[in-house]
Design a protein around this ligand. Structure first.
Ligand code: DP6
Length: 324
C-alpha cells in the first residue's frame, strides 16, 4: 500500500445549468447534464489519515465530529475507496472550510471533492480525474464538477461508470466573477437532497426536462462565444425554473426571502443603466451574482448597500481539486 495520509483542497462550484432531480438517488445520477464554474474563494481543505488501529472512522468538519446523514455520505466515499484499494483500514478525516459553513453556500461540493481526492491518495489509489469525479459524486452529486479545473461539464450518464464531469473551458478562459451575496445565514430548512427527492412531484419537472437540451446548447454556445447577454439571460431563466419546480413540488419548498427578491430587482434596474449583472440561486435564499470583471467592483459596492445583504464573497474561476 502507498501513502497513508493525504491532504487536498477543492472549490465549491456554481451551476449555470443545474442538477435538480436524481434518476438514481443512491449513486447521485442526475436526469440532465449540468455546467458550472469553480469558485476561488469558497474552498475546503480535507486530510485523510489511514490508521489500522481505528475501530470507527473519525470524521470532523471545522473541528466538530460529524453525525447522521452527512457522516453516512462520508463513509460511502471512504468505503468505495477501500473497496477499490482492497483495504479494511479505517480513517481519520479532518475538513475545514475557508467560508462560513451552513450559510447556504454549498459546502458539500467542495467538501466531497476534497475528500474524494484525499481519500484516493491516502488509500494508495492512482485514480484518473474521471475516477476521482465519480468517487466525489457518490458523496454529493455536484461535487463531481469540482474535480476538473475552471468551467466544467457533468455528463449525466446512465450508471456509476458513465456519470462524471470533464473540463469545458480552462480557468483563464473567461474573466467573469461570481459575487456570492449572502442574505440568509441561518441553516436552510430544506436541504438540496430533500429538494432532489421532491423534484419530479412538480408538474413542471417534465416541462423543464423538455426545454433542457436547447438551454444546454444555448449555454454552451454563450460560453464558447463569450456572449454575456445570452449567458446571463439563460442563467436567470434556468435559476427561476429550478425555483418554480421547488415551489410547485408536493410538499412545496420556498427558498427565497425578501433579500433574494431585493437583489434580483436591483440587478434588473442596474442593467437598465448598463451595469450587466445576472443572478442565479441554488437550493437556498442566497444569490450568486455573475458579472464581467470590469463591472464586478461596482456591482459588489452596490450590493453591499442593499439592507438585506449581510456580506459578499467575490470569486474568480478557479482550479479544481488539488493534492497538497
Ligand atoms: C441546486 O449536489 O448538493 O445546487 O447530491 O444530494 O448532495 P446532493 O445534492 P447537491 O445538489 C445541488 C443542487 C443545486 C444545483 C447544482 O449545483 O447543480
Amino acid at each position: 500500500m502507498g501513502a497513508m495520509t493525504a491532504t487536498a483542497t477543492a472549490p465549491a462550484n456554481i451551476a449555470f445549468i443545474k442538477f435538480w432531480g436524481k434518476r438514481d438517488a443512491k449513486l447521485n445520477i442526475p436526469y440532465n447534464d449540468s455546467i458550472s464554474m469553480n469558485l476561488s474563494n469558497c474552498q475546503t481543505e480535507t486530510s485523510v489519515e489511514i490508521d489500522p488501529k481505528l475501530k470507527i472512522d473519525e470524521i470532523r468538519v471545522n473541528g466538530e465530529e460529524v453525525q447522521g446523514g452527512k457522516r453516512e455520505r462520508v463513509i460511502l466515499v471512504l468505503e468505495e475507496a477501500r473497496r477499490l484499494a482492497g483495504s479494511k483500514h479505517l480513517a481519520k478525516v479532518e475538513s475545514k472550510n475557508n467560508f462560513p459553513t451552513g450559510a447556504g453556500i454549498a459546502s458539500s461540493a467542495s467538501g466531497f471533492s476534497a475528500l474524494a481526492l484525499a481519500a484516493s491518495w491516502a488509500y494508495g489509489l492512482k485514480l484518473s480525474p474521471r475516477e476521482v469525479s465519480k468517487l466525489a459524486r457518490l458523496g454529493s452529486g455536484s461535487a463531481c464538477r469540482s474535480i476538473p479545473d475552471g468551467f466544467t461539464y457533468w455528463k449525466k450518464g446512465t450508471n456509476h461508470d458513465s456519470s462524471y464531469a470533464v473540463q469545458f473551458a480552462p480557468v483563464g478562459y473567461w474573466e467573469i466573477r461570481d459575487i456570492v451575496t449572502v442574505v440568509a445565514t441561518e441553516a436552510k430548512k430544506s436541504s438540496s437532497t430533500e429538494g432532489h427527492a421532491l423534484a419530479n412531484t412538480s408538474p413542471y419537472f417534465g416541462v423543464r426536462l423538455k426545454k433542457l437540451p436547447n438551454r444546454l446548447s444555448l449555454m454552451r454556445k454563450a460560453i464558447r462565444e463569450k456572449n454575456w447577454v445570452v449567458f446571463g439571460e439563460t442563467l436567470e431563466e434556468e435559476a427561476v425554473d429550478l425555483h418554480v419546480m421547488a415551489m410547485t413540488s408536493r410538499p412545496p419548498v420556498f427558498y427565497w426571502n425578501e433579500g433574494t427578491i431585493a437583489v434580483m430587482q436591483s440587478l434588473r434596474s442596474w442593467r437598465d443603466e448598463g451595469l450587466m449583472g445576472y443572478f442565479t440561486m441554488d437550493a437556498g435564499a442566497n444569490v450568486h451574482v455573475m458579472s464581467l470583471e470590469r463591472d464586478a467592483a461596482e456591482i459588489e459596492r452596490r450590493l453591499k448597500q442593499i439592507p438585506e445583504v449581510k456580506f459578499t464573497i467575490m470569486n474568480k474561476p478557479a482550479a479544481g481539486a488539488r493534492l497538497l
